[in-house]
Design a protein around this ligand. Sequence first.
Ligand SMILES: [Zn+2]
Length: 406
Amino acid sequence: MSEAPSQSRIWAGASLVTMTQGRYHIIADGAMVVNQGRIAWLGPRASLPARFNGMPRHDFGGGIITPGLIDCHTHLVFGGDRSLEFEQRLNGVSYAEIAAAGGGILSTVNATRAASEDELLALAEQRLKLLLADGITCMEIKSGYGLTLESELKMLRVAKRIGKKYALQVRTTLLAAHAVPPEYQGRPDDYIDLICQHWIPQVAAQGLADAVDGFCEHLAFSPAQIARVFDAAHQAGLPVKLHAEQLSSLGGSTLAARYQALSADHLEYATDRDAAAMAKSGTVAVLLPGACYMLRETQFPPVAHFRRHGVPMALASDINPGTSPACSLRLMLNMACTLFRLTPEEALAGVTTHAAKALGLSDSLGTLEAGKQADFVHWPVNHPAELSYWLGGQIANTVVFRGEQR
Ligand SMILES: [Zn+2]
């Protein structure tokens, strides 16, 4: 892992797509000076200050450089998969029948509980390698398929190990309030008590989570229950995020805004009022087109409201076994453009500038700017719109993490 300070180097000969303020802000034929894993200077190659003469130089000979991509909402760590359910549903078996036979999220919870830490890591790595090929340099990973303290901690430890093993910055999120575990069916408030009184303090004490998340929905937890989780998170000094307004409008995103949440995610049923509240609190709208696509949703997030109120929009893979088995973040850019009508510039900002904000990392990540971490990707394309345009395939050819080529 690149914790050792990297060599100084000039990366030149490509256009710099800086993404400052969430816009392309392209510097044609740019040069970027990297020192100690950070960007020391960037600008047109012709303006490179003389003091950098003699520094080792890498010339790309064309193409573009963007900030490293950030996947700010993932459930990368889980046991089993649900491909057989996918096939069953397409053969006409109903979701209720599958759930009655122990399928659905319960099957993932059982498989995750049964797997050892090493087994979970090996499974996550298979998916991780596919995602990393798209130039991801930072990823958020949630717990939420253990639903016992022991197995939630196990998931978070696996996520932390990924961050140590790979040239990748990992942010971990406790999502114990993802679903009511089988042991607490019919008494969700008892489960919330447990999370608030015991799990959040323990996870915080062990430094295993950077944030706390929940699922606010009829089939999961109410706004009142989520508010208790948020209170406990704040008491433990952890910021919050929320799965909100995915299937119905419960006001979860307004609740999240009240708690200065880093982000509210999904948001298909968010209202104009929710957008106004999120704008005021600086809460990022994380849109997850993979889940919309897999569920064949026709209700899409209110992008026009977010634009009007100036709510930053991020995009993520939401990789999970049930509703978004997405192994390409770049494919999500295309889906956000085709399904939600984002522009390619908004889509790219959604996995750079605004994704960094959704993780509370705007000071160090998300744009190409002097002083920021030197995480960037070289793409052999003519224009950044191509990153949203091509469906699939591997385009990224050089990925640099903290100044070191990966
Ligand atoms: Zn999710």
